[in-house]
Write a protein that binds this ligand. Structure first.
Ligand SMILES: Cc1cc2nc3c(=O)[nH]c(=O)nc-3n(C[C@H](O)[C@H](O)[C@H](O)COP(=O)(O)OP(=O)(O)OC[C@H]3O[C@@H](n4cnc5c(N)ncnc54)[C@H](O)[C@@H]3O)c2cc1C
Length: 453
């Protein structure tokens, strides 16, 4: 692909052919629209096509092909690699396509391709329904789903992609196809984990589950309680309770000592769940904000600022969390000598284990945890230091690694072997066959790319 600037007349033609809007450098809003969650990414596209419907998406794809321009697809803008914006290319911006339609009787919801989790949860919770999504409201629904999807209800209802039952997709040649179990089932399989490689989804359809209130919130441990809290957390989730999901974060406090934040989400009927008692009774528990609240309340536990912080993430799926690895993670948390961001642990116990490999493309469901070094900083002068911390932390976790890393958290510099390992050899070859069918020229390559050849 070349990065020629499309003539302004061509951009004006494109603007006339879409129902949405075309924003170029110099237009009002350009700098806001090219911004993504990760402040490390600063790119200047030739055109941002703010799509209104599938026809707009097709027009943007036609334009990019005709002018030999790179394409980026933008929804929530959260991908840490900054795949949603490309220098000199065309951004297909779906952020005006955020409607969510709930059919409560059928127990399904259909979201437009640019909807966020806040859009989705607000719509479904009005009916007391839910699908397991991400933990930050501004993350895109389709983008998260297409990489798997881990969150507050993973143990109960599986990965987000396990609940995806249909998708309307505009393929790179501008054709609109619908994928579900009855038609284009192989494409549906590929969308469940294979990312945005095959087309631009304009609608995604999910199965819903009844849910109103949960017992959830945060538990914060300090001092010696950090290691003990992590061990109790591991022992709890290793038993695989199907009604309790729980994430863990290791951060540093102001005196640069590790603290542990656990974020349980229990959906059973017990007001004081037995499963949580061991965690709440652990020594070193400094703050207990666990209570019965709405699921929307749970979804607001984490609201990081958008576009202000520099991020570099590196995730590793591990088969177990032995004491030795816990000690290693605590050492890595203080290794930088300043607050590094987070070491994040996500448990994959419960429902993700119930699906076989034919259901979805991803290859990590047998892992016990996803362990991620999430470097977060503000000063550009510290880029190298923080990036090195994330890489070194991932290297320290590598001896326990299975199934590569999580595509949803990958930076753009991940080697193809790690992308392949995230799926497994067989699924990766099956994804490549799908890629050859839907995107043989690899127009959609600003993602964790499945090369067609
Ligand atoms: C603060 C934060 C919190 C996060 N929390 C979670 C979490 O709880 N669980 C989890 O599993 N992941 C989480 N993620 C990771 C996130 O799911 C992925 O990075 C995902 O790609 C983000 O999607 P997006 O639409 O927000 O991002 P964008 O950057 O807009 O899109 C990323 C890519 O996804 C693809 N894509 C997006 N929408 C479409 C579409 N409609 N059709 C085709 N392709 C599309 C495209 O390839 C696009 O470039 C989080 C990331 C951040 C930064």
């Amino acid at each position: 692909m070349t990065h020629r600037n499309p003539a302004s007349e061509s951009l004006a033609d494109l603007g006339r052919s879409v129902s949405g809007a075309v924003i170029g450098p110099g237009d009002g809003g350009y700098d806001v629209l090219r911004r993504c969650f990760n402040a490390l990414v600063d790119r200047r596209p030739a055109a941002i096509v703010r799509c209104f419907d599938a026809a707009d998406v097709a027009a943007a794809l036609d334009f990019a092909r005709a002018h030999g321009l790179d394409v980026a697809v933008r929804a929530g803008g959260h991908n840490p690699a900054g795949h949603c914006v490309v220098d000199g290319g065309v951004v297909i911006d779906l952020s005006m396509m955020r409607r969510v339609h709930v059919d409560a009787d059928a127990g399904v919801a259909v979201a437009q391709g640019g909807a966020t989790w806040l859009d989705f949860d607000t719509a479904t919770q009005a009916h007391g329904l839910v699908t397991p999504g991400g933990v930050v409201g501004s993350t895109g629904v389709a983008g998260l789903t297409f990489g798997g999807g881990i969150g507050h209800l993973t143990a109960q209802h599986g990965l987000t992609c396990d609940n995806l039952i249909g998708a309307e997709v505009v393929t790179p040649d501008g054709t609109v196809v619908y994928a579900d179990e009855d038609g284009n089932a192989e494409l549906l399989w590929g969308l469940r984990g294979g990312g945005g490689n095959f087309g631009v989804a304009t609608r995604v359809k999910f199965r819903l589950h009844p849910l109103d209130r949960v017992v959830g919130g945060r538990l914060v441990y300090t001092g010696k309680g950090v290691a003990e809290g992590l061990r109790r957390y591991r022992d709890l989730v290793v038993d695989g309770p199907g009604d309790l999901s729980c994430g863990a974060l290791i951060e540093l406090d102001e005196s640069l000592q590790p603290i542990l934040i656990l974020a349980p989400c229990y959906t059973g009927s017990d007001a004081d769940p037995e499963a949580l008692r061991a965690l709440r009774a652990a020594p070193g528990l400094a703050d207990d904000r666990v209570r019965r609240h709405t699921f929307l309340g749970q979804q607001h536990l984490f609201n990081p600022p958008y576009g202000e912080e520099r991020n570099y993430w590196k995730s590793t799926f591990v088969s177990e969390l032995p004491d030795e690895l816990i000690d290693e993670l605590l050492e890595r948390a203080v290794a930088l000598g300043r607050a590094p961001g987070q070491v994040m642990l996500e448990s994959l116990h419960g429902a993700p284990k119930d699906r076989d490999s034919n259901h979805s493309a991803l290859g990590f469901r047998q892992a016990a945890f996803n362990v991620s070094a999430v470097a977060i900083w503000r000063d550009a002068a510290l880029d190298d230091e923080y990036i090195a911390w994330a890489r070194d932390t991932a290297a320290a976790v590598a001896p326990w690694s299975v199934s590569g890393g999580y595509v949803n958290y990958m930076q753009a510099d991940e080697p193809i072997e790690r992308v392949r390992a995230a799926f497994g050899d067989e699924a990766f070859e099956r994804l490549r066959a799908l890629k050859r069918r839907y995107d043989p020229a690899n127009l959609l390559r600003r993602n964790q790319n499945i090369p067609p050849l």
